[in-house]
Design a protein around this ligand. Sequence first.
Ligand SMILES: [Zn+2]
Ligand SMILES: [Zn+2]
Length: 280
Amino acid sequence: MFKTNYHNHSKWSDGKYNPEKTVLRAIELGFDIIGFSDHSPVPFKSEWNMKYENLLKYISDINNLKEKYNEQIKIYLGLEADFINGISYIKNFKHLGLDYTIGGAHYLPETFEDGTIFNIDNTDEIFQRGLSELYNNDIKFLVERYYNAVNQMIEEDSPDVIAHLDLIEKFNKNHKYFDSKAQWYQKIVDNCLKTIQKTNCIVELNSRSLYKGLLDDFSPKITILQKMLNLKIPVTISGDVHNPEEMELFWKKSIENLKFAGYKEMMLFDQNKWQIQKID
Ligand SMILES: [Zn+2]
Ligand SMILES: [Zn+2]
């Protein structure tokens, strides 16, 4: 079985170091294939997205590493691209010769009074402020807005991989904002999974919030993962690595979790296509 991680960030967006450091750590840890997926540029001020002027430099940096290390590890070029309806689309980056795209709805197209766009993936404080100032404390409405964005991304913007599917739960530890077992929430999730099932999209099992201690489960949660299996939705493992030291934190646990959910295979990107590999 190939050891893979297609979700790596570097200093080209909000990662800590240059990508070569991650490559070297991945080789040390016995990874067979890795991919870089720095955050795509967005048309507004952002601390974590890549700057437009760096996009081509990022691409040539990763392509050079592909060549330099091709005897030791396979490296692929991706982007974690933002779908923000009316503002940012994944398809805008597809002409760049990327090997794959990871699509995420980190931002919702609502803006605060000072013009800042609402980022649900930032801090609990910002999440809380958004909920109160933009959604009148109506958590159901906010959850619906999030999954509507995800559904629209899947149907209209066709990412290869869907990032952290239940990101709306990032600050929902101990059901702080809502009961994720509630029927209304499960109905919204079911609807999203049906949308995914009609496409070729792969869902990643993102481990970042788990190894950072923010949540006690992966994203998506085990309940969603089991529903995905019933619908035969393909998965891949994702470390969402921002620092090479995180490279070793997720692999074993992620495999165990996939097996626990009942998955017997997962997706592998190699030689220009996504393909199935058995989990062992
Ligand atoms: Zn993300
Ligand atoms: Zn990421």
